[in-house]
Design a protein around this ligand. Sequence first.
Ligand code: GRF
Length: 192
Amino acid sequence: MIHLAVFASGNGSNAGKIIEYFHDHPEISVSLVVSDNPDAYVLTRADEARIPRALITRQELREGQPLIELLDAYNISFVVLAGFMRMIPAVMVKHFGHRMVNIHPALLPAYGGKGMYGDRVHQAVIAHHEKESGITIHYVNEHYDEGAIIFQARCPVLPGDTPETLAQRVHALEHAHYPRVIEETVHALRAG
Ligand code: GRF
């Protein structure tokens, strides 16, 4: 069994879809949900799915090593970031290498980097009159949103779109693709 940890800071609708997708999967299991936010709804999702969850502190994130120990304790060999708002420590990036992925709600390399998260991304896309937006699933390296791209999917930006309406369309793409792309990435790692 390959054990995944899902990191999320808020609602965790992606985490929810990932948990659903791998429920009863023969080779891959979501074995831990990690959050930096004690009020995050993703923790309730973990409880409902009977998946262990851990809250991590800023200090643990800064140091990095305690986080690696936590993940080791659950035999985690693959990390999925799904709306996790904090910087991943460099030691963890090194430790996991291509065994850690993130999703970004735009077509990187555009509209990525520090400060580009949540509705700010969609606001910027609309302000620049883009005709298209979408999602990017990528490996995590030590720079925000700069790891090698694994997968992108596109959707239109429609006249009259607000950050909310665009976010909904982008979220639908995330939910439709992220679980399957994770599965394929894990399989590719095993094969390679
Ligand atoms: C998603 O749009 C993801 O791309 C971004 O944060 C959002 C998380 O949404 N990194 P949710 O918590 O999964 O609903």
